[in-house]
Write a protein that binds this ligand. Structure first.
Ligand code: ADP
Length: 254
């Protein structure tokens, strides 16, 4: 049985000044599952992703209308603190972006500012657990004080995922998390995504349809700011309902 719905988008529109970049998007995103966003460059995938943790608030000229509910709470409500929201909805970007700090401090940073540990031992525990969940502990346990930037690209991306996990997120957004990685590092991240889905609602934007097919349970196809089709990944790739989806997945455009 499908888990409960974690996020409900209702008639979301996004404008960048006069450009209407995202048009009337409504969708339910389930918990404990991976949802992939696919579609040609510029179709609005990242724009929609940013609606989920209010990152569009930080862009000059961006305006969002409609409702975005997380567990029935409107994330755009004035009472919602965006800093706390962004801990609940973590984000991983295309290019790994560890802080210029040690591996330990990268992971400990969020728990420290959110006051999640009352002692050094507790903080050590959070750091270890997060690195283990991100599949990185065995590779870094003997050099926690080395700079995060000394790791390989794939390890840095797992460090950034550990950093997101450390503040107990409910949702993890990933915007093309493997596009800067080699195939082996990519396979490790995909395995990790598969491990993490039993605990989190994961949303991944990807250019790679093979990746969407490998890692996700639901796929949403966007085109020119519209959500064209959304459903179980298998159906989207084998029996799409819309001609535009069919054309995109068979490589006729994009
Ligand atoms: P995708 O992630 O599918 O490549 P985006 O969400 O990045 O698409 O872009 C959707 C549209 O919004 C594009 O036309 C793009 O130029 C525009 N856009 C995206 N980000 C910004 C921004 N920060 N300022 C102005 N326009 C933007």
């Amino acid at each position: 049985m499908l888990d409960s719905v974690k996020l409900r988008a209702r008639d979301i529109n996004v404008y960048y000044d006069k450009e209407h970049a995202l048009r009337h998007v409504s969708m339910d995103i389930p918990d404990r599952s991976v949802t992939a966003f696919i579609g040609p460059s510029g179709c609005g995938k990242s724009t929609f992703l940013r609606c989920l943790n209010r990152m569009n608030d930080t862009i000059d000229g961006a305006r969002v209308t409609g409702q975005m509910l997380m567990d029935d709470e409107d994330v755009n409500d004035r009472a919602v603190d965006p800093v706390i929201l962004r801990a609940r909805v973590g984000m991983v970007f295309q290019k790994p972006n560890p802080f210029p700090k040690s591996i330990y401090d990268n992971v400990a940073y969020g728990p420290r500012i959110h006051g999640l540990a009352t002692s050094r031992a507790e903080l050590d525990d959070i750091v270890e657990t997060s690195l283990r969940r991100a599949g990185l502990w065995d590779e870094v346990s003997d050099r926690l004080l080395h700079p995060g930037t000394s790791l390989s690209g794939g390890q840095q991306q797992r460090l950034v995922i550990a950093r997101a996990i450390a503040v107990n997120p409910e949702v993890i957004l990933m915007d093309e998390p493997c596009s800067a990685l080699d195939p082996i590092a990519t396979a490790k991240i995909e395995e990790l995504i598969d491990d993490l889905r039993s605990n989190y609602c994961i949303i991944i934007v990807t250019h790679s349809m093979q990746q969407a097919a490998r890692v996700s349970q639901q796929t949403a196809f966007f085109h020119l700011g519209h959500l064209v089709e959304y459903g179980p990944t298998e159906n989207i790739f084998t029996t799409p309902r819309e001609t535009r989806t069919q054309d995109y997945i068979t490589g006729r455009f994009g």
